[in-house]
Ligand binder design. Structure first.
Ligand SMILES: Nc1ccn([C@@H]2O[C@H](COP(=O)(O)OP(=O)(O)OP(=O)(O)O)[C@@H](O)[C@H]2O)c(=O)n1
Ligand SMILES: O=C(CO)[C@H](O)[C@H](O)COP(=O)(O)O
Length: 448
């Protein structure tokens, strides 16, 4: 493969992925160069995502890969996770003819890149085979380049990280095949024909096979070409096909627990909670004046305790408000906008417009809390609330674009203890707004 001066390095381990883009909202994992030896030949890597199932076990009409999690189809998260790995050149998604148009719309709406579609088959193995054919040079009309290594990853495992992808790819390069494994959660038993226990497997000696898996393309393609109709119909393990038909013994790589496959309805709730937790880990506190800076600093300290181990950055807005764009590039989804004894509607509006125009709210609900600090003995909260009613109107407007705006009044008391109490209470409210991301709370004016 030819690399132009601005192309992505196609070598696992060479590039540092996660350059902020529409498709990289989680903080990028930094891949060290350890994966690739200096001067070694770049590895062309592609991925095949089977996404042609009907999700029978989920028990809902929509196939689970298209079920919405925080208003976005599950498969979009998986695509995002793979896209942010810059050394994966092509991503082939196998979908049924019936869902092809829906898939195209998802790709367009969420700005997914490097995606090609293949027609899914009646079983997972058939769908994977179809995806592999789209990458094989022996197929008529093949528009993609055959990779050296192909990753196979279920469309319904959205939490795959670059680190484990790199580890399976490097292991596949060395061994021909590799797959992620996890310790068994339950013991596996073998029932007899009469429905009674025949025997139990020693749990410590067995592992659950998960995804991603990676293969030398020629190995897995050969295995799929050779395998029987029975394998294609009833098989569930790609590593087994490589072993059975190409005598390739897969290297097993320990993966993290987040690799689990969304299968039942409760898994959708678990996925939503995990996504909320991840995006709540980064908060940007926006301040302008010295007073705001000191309130911002105090809030940060309390918030760190409320949202254990969150990264909270402070951004000082310049006086023209000209650097608003800068902090939208960090892919942070929670903003605390602090004002002390004043409120600049125009500036807030400008910020919200920039936010709406960015790709952020398309990917995640973005929380914005406008914190107004005023001395409750001088200005009663009720009076201030009246003048802040514009927040409600604005919140209604920006909610349509997935920006969840609320207002928070803090008692900016001269009494140090009262100020601390109000900040503590305010931080708890902010933490709840950030963690819950509830559209129902958008537009509320809260008092700490
Ligand atoms: N004919 C099929 C069947 C499954 N898959 C995909 O393979 C992955 C893992 O399969 P599984 O969890 O079994 O998905 P479903 O078959 O949809 O679920 P169920 O078995 O509950 O019907 C999913 O991304 C699914 O879309 C596929 O591409 N083509
Ligand atoms: O875990 C896996 C790897 O081995 C597969 O995701 C699993 O085999 C898929 O099988 P099924 O479609 O039956 O759930």
């Amino acid at each position: 493969m030819e690399l132009g001066p601005h192309s992505r390095p196609a070598e696992p381990g060479r590039c540092v992925s996660g350059s902020p883009s529409a498709g990289s909202a989680f903080p990028a994992s930094r891949v060290s160069a350890a994966g690739a030896e200096p001067g070694s030949r770049p590895t062309a890597v592609a991925a095949v995502l089977p996404a042609g199932g009907c999700g029978e076990r989920m028990g809902v009409r929509t196939p689970k890969q298209f079920c919405r999690v925080l208003e976005r189809p599950l498969i979009s998260y998986t695509l995002q996770a793979l896209e942010r790995v810059c050394w994966i050149k092509d991503i082939v998604v196998a979908v049924t003819g019936e869902n092809m148009e829906a898939m195209r719309n998802i790709i367009q709406r969420y700005g997914h890149k490097r995606i090609s579609l293949a027609e899914a088959g009646a079983t997972r193995h058939r769908s994977i085979f179809s995806g592999l054919k789209a990458l094989a040079e022996d197929q008529p009309d093949c528009k993609l380049t055959k990779p050296e290594v192909v990753i196979i990853h279920d469309a319904v495992r959205p939490f795959v990280e670059e680190d484990v992808l790199l580890r399976v790819v490097m292991a596949a390069k060395e061994h021909g095949a590799a797959g992620a494994i996890r310790p068994l959660v339950s013991t596996v038993i073998s029932p007899a024909a009469d429905g009674c226990l025949d025997h139990a497997l020693d749990r410590a000696k067995h592992r659950a096979s998960e995804m991603p898996q990676a293969f030398l393309f020629d190995v897995i393609y050969e295995a799929y070409q050779q395998c029987s109709d029975y394998d294609l119909e009833f098989g569930t393990e790609c590593l087994q096909l490589a072993l059975k038909y190409c005598h390739t013994k897969a290297k097993l790589v320990e993966g993290p627990p987040e690799l689990w496959k969304v299968t039942y309805k409760q898994d959708l709730y678990a996925a939503e909670s995990l996504i909320k937790e991840k995006i709540s880990q980064e908060i940007c506190v926006v301040v302008k004046t010295k007073d705001e800076e000191s309130v911002g600093h105090l809030l940060k300290e309390v918030l760190k305790n409320e949202l254990n181990c969150a990264t909270i950055t402070s951004t000082a807005l310049d006086h023209s408000g000209g650097d608003i764009q800068n902090f939208l590039t960090d892919q942070c989804c929670s903003f605390i906008w602090v004002t002390v004894l004043s409120s600049d509607f125009q500036e807030t509006r400008k910020f919200l417009t920039a936010l709406e125009e960015s790709s952020l709210p398309l990917l995640y609900p973005v929380v914005v809390v406008l914190v107004h600090c005023l001395d409750f003995t001088l200005v009663p909260p009720a009076q201030k609330m009246e003048s802040l009613m514009w927040i409600r109107g604005l919140a209604k407007e920006v909610k349509k674009r997935n920006v969840l705006l609320s207002g928070l009044l803090i008692n900016y008391s001269q009494d140090e203890q009262k100020l601390q109490e109000s900040l503590q209470q305010g931080a708890s409210i902010i933490a709840a707004l950030v963690k819950e991301r509830s559209p129902a709370l958008a537009g509320q004016l809260l008092v700490a």
